[in-house]
Ligand binder design. Structure first.
Ligand SMILES: [Zn+2]
Length: 283
């Protein structure tokens, strides 16, 4: 999942809303004045939406004027040096793959931007904090990503990390965008092993695997190494409902699953990766 040196990036697919206190962001986090409302968003994790803590709505919801991603993330060389730019390359690659795939079946892929944020941000699905993890909001058709999540994935969820693990997270969210464009998000809902929610999430994992299988052909990336692949599979397992439940509540309750078990998530990504075709993800 190393970025190709010669790749030309399109930083216009990212909106940077970061910028905390002192950088003009004016984001306040404090007690008791409000709680997070995030509805109809599709998360990477189960999202313990009930215990998100108290967060005041951000005062600055627009683009971060100090952001210079559009200037500093234009080449593959920059993406090899810098995490922001690497994300841009992943996003470009993922969307290039899906737009080609849609075109091949005479459908129109509509690009979705990714919003980089830290702390809290508003979205078409409500106010979100970084605690919910990355998510896709069908109401505004944007992917929301706090880059601090990648650290959390390692420290809190015990994932090994690595570039393809990060790309998997982004590709999973774009998998929801693809589902949205195809009218498949309506199938989501409910809880439990056999719920529509679990099927939707596993399909997004599968779509992420399909993209990974085709990533080199998009021109942004070098071939995936065995080590990178195992890191992605490791990340998919780390965000399994059973793993997260065991860790956060000390026991596993399949009746409340929304994303699938570690084994299922790993299998879903593998299915997509081995097939390399989205048709393999019909569950
Ligand atoms: Zn998801």
């Amino acid at each position: 999942m190393t970025i190709k040196r010669g790749a030309r990036l399109d930083p216009g697919q990212v909106q940077d809303r970061r910028g905390g206190v002192g950088r003009g962001g004016g984001i306040a986090i404090g007690g008791g004045l409000g709680t997070i409302v995030l509805v109809a968003a599709y998360l990477l994790l189960g999202g313990n939406l009930g215990d998100l803590g108290n967060v005041v709505a951000p005062q600055n919801q627009g683009a971060n004027p100090s952001s210079d991603i559009t200037e500093r993330c234009t080449t593959g060389e920059q993406a090899r040096q810098n995490e922001d730019c690497r994300m841009v390359a992943y996003i470009n690659s993922i969307q290039k793959y899906w737009s080609g795939e849609f075109a091949a079946s005479n459908q129109n892929y509509r690009e979705a931007d990714t919003v980089f944020y830290d702390g809290v941000t508003s979205s078409g699905c409500g106010t979100a904090s970084a605690q919910v993890g990355p998510f896709y909001c069908p109401n505004d058709k944007l992917v929301y990503l706090d880059l601090g999540f990648f650290k959390q994935l390692q420290t809190q969820f015990g994932a090994k990390g690595g570039p393809l693990a990060q790309a998997y997270v982004v590709a999973h969210e774009y998998g929801h965008h693809v589902q949205d464009l195809l009218g498949l998000l309506q199938n989501s809902g409910g809880q439990g092993e056999n719920s529509g929610s679990v099927r939707t999430e596993l399909q997004a994992d599968c779509f992420a695997g399909v993209w990974a299988a085709n990533a080199v052909d998009t021109g942004f990336l070098e071939p995936i190494t065995d080590q990178q692949l195992s890191q992605a599979l490791d990340a998919a397992q780390a965000v399994g409902d059973d793993r997260i439940q065991q860790q956060t509540q000390g026991y596993v309750n399949p009746d409340s699953w929304t994303h699938g078990s570690a084994a299922e998530r790993k299998q879903a990504f593998t299915t997509g990766y081995n097939a390399g075709k989205p048709g393999a993800c019909n569950s």
